[in-house]
Design a protein around this ligand. Structure first.
Ligand code: THU
Length: 157
């Protein structure tokens, strides 16, 4: 028998402790919240992806009266990036959210399982770990990669 342990390293930084590139990406994720269409959950999410060509692509959650037909901010951003800039790797990803009370969420908002799986595929295509920044009102969690958010992932392709 052996026992395996999976750990996710997270660095928590204040907004002012971010470098210029990360601060700009978090700002882009926050700005993207304006594009959220969330009349059902009232939970608005923005995502920003810095591509390796220097372009920042953003997305926001889009809900639908047939609930499962909607999509999250992260997938709207990564699918747009894939469609608009095919073959261009991801450099880093940021996510920010505003809750039903209209305020930035106190806790960093983390991607759902489906988004983790989708982002992981783009990380694999990028050929290197893609850091993920999850913005909360007080702290930004910085994870070293999408893979660290989805241990034991299905990656056979
Ligand atoms: N949502 C996102 O867009 N990203 C996340 O990381 C978590 C959840 C959306 C889905 C739905 O529109 C709303 O937030 C409430 O779950």
């Amino acid at each position: 028998m052996k026992e395996l342990d999976i750990a996710t390293p997270i660095i928590a930084r204040g907004y002012d402790e971010l470098d210029d590139i990360d601060r700009a990406l978090v700002d882009a994720a926050k700005s993207a919240i304006a594009g959220s269409y969330a009349p059902y959950s009232h939970f608005k999410v923005g995502a920003a992806i810095l591509l390796e060509n220097g372009v920042t692509v953003t997305g926001a959650n889009q809900e639908n009266v047939a609930y499962p037909s909607g999509t999250c901010a992260e997938r709207s951003a990564c699918f747009y990036a894939g469609a608009r800039y095919p073959g261009v790797g991801f450099a880093r990803i940021a996510v920010a959210a505003v809750g039903p009370d209209g305020k930035p969420t106190a806790q960093p908002t983390a991607p759902c399982g489906a988004c983790r799986q989708s982002l992981l595929e783009y990380e694999k295509l990028s050929g290197h770990p893609v850091p993920v920044l999850l913005a909360g009102a007080e702290e930004i969690y910085i994870l070293p990669s999408v893979a660290s958010l989805l241990p034991l992932a299905f990656t056979e392709f």
